[in-house]
Design a protein around this ligand. Structure first.
Ligand code: ATP
Ligand code: FE2
Length: 353
């Protein structure tokens, strides 16, 4: 741990010099997490608690209770893990949206309480933009096309001017939700994505000459947009008709990932950019990473993806974006600190290089 940092006041908003770290609080959905960056914006691992429902999907109220119940212990663990005291916190960053409103409110309330009691700046950030910025920091990308694939979101994004523009996205459910639902229907617990990946990998190992014949699924690319619910229904149909579960997991990944990579490739072609960056929980998937690398190398581009702990929801990405906003925009006034459950990627002004 690079303990005790010098904090230099940013150009705007921060009126005093202080030493310390920026704490980032993530609470948009199933994960409650505290993360941090030092005064120079360097990221360090988060301390997280993931809600794993015994049955069914994520219930917003249940997730909010999980976050509130875990907050005190998790904060103590975060302090201990990093060898910090509360007085080392120079600013508090939190996910302002998008996400499940009851969950967002828990994170925002803790952020406000910490900021006020410690008398340090508060900064509310866009969760989707945080997925992008942590990837840029970890991978050293300059101006990538981002394939943001998580539970709730599937977007192909590129920076044009002062916004991250959404060039293509899912028209129904997020790819991660699709994998989670398929997994749940087939007896696999949340989060389902890693279990589908493991089943697909094992099946391919046992069937090295695998072919998609008889395992075809809809290929749901609509211009620059995507859909996944038809794919989910069709995959369930294959299982119902007796196809081996591992084979269907494999086919589901092949079809859904290829669709995402195709749209991302078109975004690279349209924008003329030469880097692709993967982000969001589904970017943990080895097969998706491999497909992205193949596509990028065929185009003479670079494919990057941060470490898995920075792909899934984490407090550190919130701290990193908070650090950037404090430096280039300034803190969030208490009167402006309410949560925004429907906040979109392209609603946040990007005021940094
Ligand atoms: P967002 O609010 O950005 O939509 P989220 O709430 O979905 O994020 P993330 O942690 O970014 O949270 O992503 C979780 C999703 O990632 C889950 O749907 C999970 O199944 C999926 N996932 C995690 N690991 C893998 C993997 N190895 N392969 C496929 N999917 C994965
Ligand atoms: Fe996320």
């Amino acid at each position: 741990m690079r303990a005790r940092f010098k904090w230099t006041a940013p150009e705007h908003g921060m009126s005093r010099m202080s030493a310390g770290v920026i704490i980032g609080i993530e609470s948009t959905a199933h994960t409650f997490s505290f993360g941090l960056v030092d005064s120079e914006g360097h990221s360090m691992p988060s301390c997280s608690a993931l809600l794993r429902p015994k049955e069914g999907g994520i219930h917003p109220r249940e997730a909010a209770d999980h976050h509130a119940d875990n907050s005190q212990l998790l904060l103590a663990r975060w302090l201990e893990q990093n060898g910090l005291n509360l007085s080392d916190i120079a600013a508090v960053s939190y996910s302002q949206g998008p996400g499940l409103a009851p969950c967002l409110r828990v994170g925002a309330s803790i952020a406000r309480a910490l900021s006020q009691s410690l008398k340090v700046p508060l900064v509310g950030v866009n969760h989707c933009v945080a997925h992008i910025e942590i990837g840029r920091e970890r991978c050293g990308c300059v101006d990538p096309v981002l394939l943001y694939v998580s539970g709730g979101n599937t977007q192909v994004i590129a920076r044009l001017g002062d916004k991250y523009r959404v060039l293509g996205e899912t028209l129904d459910i997020g790819i991660g939700n699709m994998l989670d639902k398929f997994a749940r229907d087939n007896g696999m617990s949340f989060p389902g994505g890693p279990k589908v990946e493991a089943m697909a990998k094992q099946w391919l190992k046992d069937n090295p000459d695998a072919s998609l014949k008889g395992l075809e699924l809809p290929y749901a690319v609509h211009g620059m947009d995507l859909t996944f619910s038809g794919l989910l229904t069709a995959a369930k149909g294959l299982v119902d008709r007796g196809a081996p579960l591992g084979a269907v997991c494999w086919s589901l990944q092949e079809h859904s990932f290829a669709a995402c990579i195709e749209v991302a490739e078109r975004a690279l072609a349209h924008t003329g950019k030469s880097e692709i960056l993967l982000g969001g929980g589904v970017a943990c998937n080895e097969r998706l990473r491999e497909m992205s690398e193949i596509m990028a190398s065929e185009r003479g581009c670079l494919s990057s993806v941060p470490e898995k702990m920075y792909c899934v929801d984490n407090g550190t990405m919130i701290a990193r974006l908070g650090w950037m906003q404090l430096k280039h925009v300034g803190p969030t006034a208490l009167s402006e600190s309410g949560v925004e459950a429907q906040l979109r990627t392209d609603q946040t002004m990007i005021c940094w290089p």
